[in-house]
Design a protein around this ligand. Structure first.
Ligand code: COA
Length: 157
C-alpha cells in the first residue's frame, strides 16, 4: 500500500523542529504533504503564499515532500485527498494533552483507513515554537539554528 502522509500546521514560520519531523516522515512514508492551514481569522506574521514559499524552499531536497494548503476541517481535507497518515510531532507532556484530544476527535471524522501517528520531537528542538521564535526575533535576539537560514534572513528584514 502506498503511504500518503500529511503534516499540517500554521507554520508561521516553519522552524527546525518542524523540519526535523518532515525529514523523518519523508523516510517513513512514500509521500509527505506539508499542509498549511489557511485561516483568515488567525493573524499571522507571514501570508499563506509566503509561508508556502518558505516551506517549499526548505524542503526542496526532499523528493517525496510537497506543500499544499487547506481551509476548514482537517478531516475533510484528509478524507477527500486520500491521505492515510496524519503525522504530528510531540514535544512533551503539554503537547500530549491537546494532541490526544485532537487525535480522538479526528478519529471520529477520518475515513477508516486514516491513522494519526506521533513522532517524538528531537530533544534539540523540544523548546521551540513559532511564537517564541517570532518574539525573540522581534526583540533583537538571535534565532540562528531555530529556523532555516532563508527564513531567518526574511525575518531579519
Ligand atoms: N517543532 C517546533 N514547533 C512545533 C512543533 C515541532 N515539532 N510542533 C508544533 N510546534 C509549534 C507550532 O509552530 C505552533 O507554534 P505557535 O502556537 O507558536 O504558532 C504550536 O507548536 C502548535 O502547533 P500545532 O498544534 O501544529 O498548531 P498549528 O496552529 O500550527 O496547527 C492545526 C493546528 C492546523 C493542525 C489544527 O488547528 C487543525 O487541524 N485545524 C483545522 C480545523 C479542525 O479540523 N479542527 C478540529 C480539530 S479536531
Amino acid at each position: 500500500m502506498q503511504t500518503k502522509a500529511l503534516y499540517s500546521g500554521s507554520f508561521d514560520p516553519l522552524t527546525m523542529g518542524h523540519m526535523n519531523i518532515i525529514r523523518r516522515a519523508s523516510r517513513l512514508y512514500d509521500e509527505v504533504t506539508v499542509g498549511v492551514i489557511d485561516n483568515p481569522q488567525k493573524k499571522t506574521m507571514f501570508a499563506l503564499e509566503e509561508r508556502k514559499e518558505m516551506i517549499s524552499e526548505a524542503v526542496k531536497d526532499l523528493d517525496n515532500v510537497r506543500v499544499d494548503h487547506f481551509a476548514g476541517l482537517l478531516a475533510d481535507y484528509v478524507n477527500s485527498n486520500g491521505y492515510n497518515v496524519v503525522v504530528r510531532g510531540l514535544r512533551g507532556t503539554t503537547d500530549f494533552d491537546y494532541e490526544i484530544q485532537m487525535a480522538q476527535m479526528n478519529a471520529r471524522l477520518f475515513n477508516e483507513n486514516v491513522e494519526t501517528v506521533f513522532l517524538m520531537t528531537d530533544p534539540r528542538y523540544s523548546f521551540i515554537s513559532s511564537s517564541m521564535v517570532k518574539e525573540v526575533n522581534s526583540l533583537g535576539g538571535s534565532i540562528e539554528g531555530l529556523v532555516p537560514d532563508e527564513i531567518m534572513k526574511r525575518m531579519s528584514k
